[in-house]
Design a protein around this ligand. Structure first.
Ligand SMILES: [Zn+2]
Length: 63
């Protein structure tokens, strides 16, 4: 497992933000309840489901 100094953006300086947060949350919970995906897999699949865009990471000060 890789160690990032910022786990939120994985040191890219940008994070994926759902276009539709309600759809993201619903899909994330649905996948999570299936019990066969890791949190990260749920996150990525839910992002694809809701659509996503990049925003500067609020957790680190990368430029
Ligand atoms: Zn960051």
């Amino acid at each position: 497992m890789k160690n990032y100094s910022c786990i939120y953006c994985k040191d890219t300086g940008y994070i994926d933000v759902p276009d539709n947060e309600a759809a993201y949350d619903r899909e994330y919970d649905r996948l999570d309840n299936m019990g066969q995906f890791t949190g990260e897999e749920c996150h990525e699949r839910a992002l694809k489901h809701s659509g996503s865009h990049k925003e500067p990471c609020p957790y680190c000060n990368k430029k």
